[in-house]
Design a protein around this ligand. Structure first.
Ligand code: PRP
Ligand code: URA
Length: 211
């Protein structure tokens, strides 16, 4: 079974509390999602492999560490996942970015895929799939299905969200037990409309000022 971690760094927790407030407007919401995403990138990339490299400093030659292993791609699930891209790439600037467009039918809560655009070498990369909300889990499951269909291995996929419902975590773990899941918060439950309680509302609408 992949890892499941709630990222309880005080800065992440504080910033997430700020944006749960319904009075926070689009600008502050978007900026804070970016800040949280950068902090999450730091935690999510913690086990990236290192290799020894020789460096000539002004004083001497020394053996030090540099990143090795797979190159990275960030894969936001549109739309709301877009809000996490700048924060992630601020720490991993060489990462490529792939896009998976998914919307949830408001009646059935079932996800529908409408767009996929990925780097050509996606199957060779370490992937960070990002979406602020893991509610029923349907969107994340279908996005990871789309990646596996294109040759990606679950062991190279980490899913990062801001708020998860227990129902979504369970569904995602059952569908993709090989994928690590990171969240800034594990909330209480889903309501009858499929919204996370207490949650932060509709992440896409709050990020982009729609509705
Ligand atoms: C939201 C959110 C996730 C999905 C989570 O997207 O960003 O992608 O719902 O719900 P689930 O776990 O039950 O699938 P939405 O469908 O509202 O689209 P948007 O990002 O374009 O607003
Ligand atoms: N999608 C959201 O944006 N918010 C929720 O609470 C659930 C799904």
């Amino acid at each position: 079974m992949g890892k499941f971690a709630v990222l309880d760094h005080p800065l992440i927790q504080h910033k997430l509390t700020l944006i749960r407030d319904k009075k926070v407007g689009t600008k502050a919401f978007r900026e804070t999602v970016n800040e949280i995403s950068a902090l999450m990138a730091y935690e999510v990339s913690r086990d990236m492999p290192l290799e020894d490299v020789e460096v000539e400093t002004p004083i001497t030659t020394t053996t030090q560490k540099q990143l090795s292993g797979k190159k990275v791609a960030i894969v936001p699930i549109l739309r709301a996942g877009l809000g996490m891209v700048d924060g992630m790439t601020s720490l991993i600037p060489a990462a490529k970015v792939g896009f998976i467009g998914m919307y949830r039918d408001e009646e059935t809560l079932k996800p529908h895929e409408y767009f996929v655009k990925l780097p050509g070498d996606i199957a060779e990369r370490q992937l960070f799939v990002v979406d602020p909300m893991l509610a029923t889990g349907g969107s994340a499951i279908m996005a990871i299905d789309a990646l596996k269909k294109r040759g990606c291995s679950g062991e190279n996929i980490k899913f990062a969200c801001l708020v998860a419902a227990p129902e979504g975590v369970k569904a995602l773990q059952e569908a993709h037990p090989d994928v690590d899941i990171f969240t800034a918060a594990l909330d209480d439950h889903l309501n009858e409309n499929g919204y996370i309680v207490p949650g932060l509302g509709d992440a896409g609408d709050r990020l982009f000022g729609t509705k």
